[in-house]
Design a protein. Structure first.
Length: 140
């Protein structure tokens, strides 16, 4: 079955982006391979991620540079799921992540919007856990 392997975040500089995503948000650096004198293949992901990771792609043209920090027209473009919202929210705040709001409870879970080092908007989100499925005889 196909799955989403990578999503791209256009960045100004590879090393500053690596430092932010690894040291501030807490992602793991999965790959940093030099392609040529100007391009690298840089992949980061949250610890334990099995399918989707983030490709940090340095802007190479004026058009790409204009998109750094506003890839989604001001909308939240990425959703960082957690199973321990309070822990991760406090860790990220202490590391310097700028949250736009206090955490809020929604019908689907707990969420707060933050910005990456370029201004792209992300949700830190802990989805509500569903009840354990019932067995065929009606018990849990």
């Amino acid at each position: 079955m196909p799955h989403l392997g990578l999503v791209t975040v256009v960045v100004r500089d590879y090393d500053e982006a690596i430092a932010f995503y690894r040291d501030v948000i807490g992602f793991q650096l999965l790959e940093d391979t030099r392609i040529d004198a100007e391009k690298r293949w840089v992949v980061v992901a949250p610890p334990g991620a099995r399918e989707t990771a983030v490709l940090l792609a340095r802007a190479m043209t004026g058009e790409q540079e204009a998109r750094v920090g506003d890839q989604t027209g001001g909308r939240v473009g990425w959703f960082l799921n957690t199973e321990a919202f309070d822990r991760d929210y406090e860790r990220m705040r202490a590391a310097g992540v700028v949250f736009e709001e206090q955490p809020r409870r929604e019908p689907y879970g707990t969420v707060a919007v933050f910005r990456d080092l370029y201004g792209n908007r992300w949700d830190l989100i802990e989805l509500n856990r569903t009840d354990a499925p019932q067995s065929a005889d009606g018990g849990t």
